[in-house]
Design a protein around this ligand. Sequence first.
Ligand SMILES: C[S@@+](CC[C@H](N)C(=O)[O-])C[C@H]1O[C@@H](n2cnc3c(N)ncnc32)[C@H](O)[C@@H]1O
Length: 264
Amino acid sequence: MTQRSVKAKKQTLPDADFERHAQQTVHFFSRRVPPRLREALASSPSGTHVVDVGCGDGQLAWALMETDSLPPRASFLGVDISPVRIERFQRLTKWPALLANGESLTEMPDAVADICISTMVMEHVSDDEAYASALARITKPGGMLFLTTVLRKRGAWYFRKAPDGRRVLDPTHVREYSSVQEVKTILEDAGFQVLQVGSDRLVFPILVPALRLLNAVWPIPNVQYFFLRQPWAMMESLGLPIPRYREIQLLLRRRQGNPQEGFE
Ligand SMILES: C[S@@+](CC[C@H](N)C(=O)[O-])C[C@H]1O[C@@H](n2cnc3c(N)ncnc32)[C@H](O)[C@@H]1O
């Protein structure tokens, strides 16, 4: 296994805090579907089974439905560690959802997913190698994984702090990756072949914190749909670029075989 520059730090938030964070941080909906994921879905056959690990409130599932991005007769399973988010996912999408830890996914059989999605989750898990292995186990050989995570380049700065004092983009981040290679190595070691890599800038969304604060004091009905309404839709992407932070996006294919027996 390749040496990694940054070893995983243990999760620093106790479970109750994690759940309180889920209660307080509603995910907002948009119709944006990452182009690499849209292309992977477009080339998938009818009846494709999609599993979204760390599905959150279901915002990506919702965007895929709204934009007709799923193949005909596709099935979709949302998986998350947070009961609050699972409940929101099911209420929104009406698709099945599973409360499970993405680092083991013991509740799921091997090779069930034609397409596995896991966006902005890897930086949250305690053991990213176990998480990558679990994603590989549930993805069919030849199946695809679309994954995004955070890239923190040298000199990156954000105003938030984790409970242990580290400056982070989100207080529930266990780690933030300092290179794309680091992420690729973990996923390759788990049994994936990298097909495409890209990155996007990350912005501080000016209206989101104000809206969350307002919602905490004075609940706004269907607040998660706020940016779908005019004139707010135009302001959804209004934000300040976050210095030296980016989102890494990877499209990968599950190789035949497994790490113990060697890959083909
Ligand atoms: C930043 S949100 C991303 C949500 C969604 N995937 C998206 O891109 O908008 C991170 C999500 O990962 C979930 N999560 C964190 N650790 C997890 C784990 N070990 N297993 C499964 N889900 C986890 C959180 O509950 C949360 O819903």
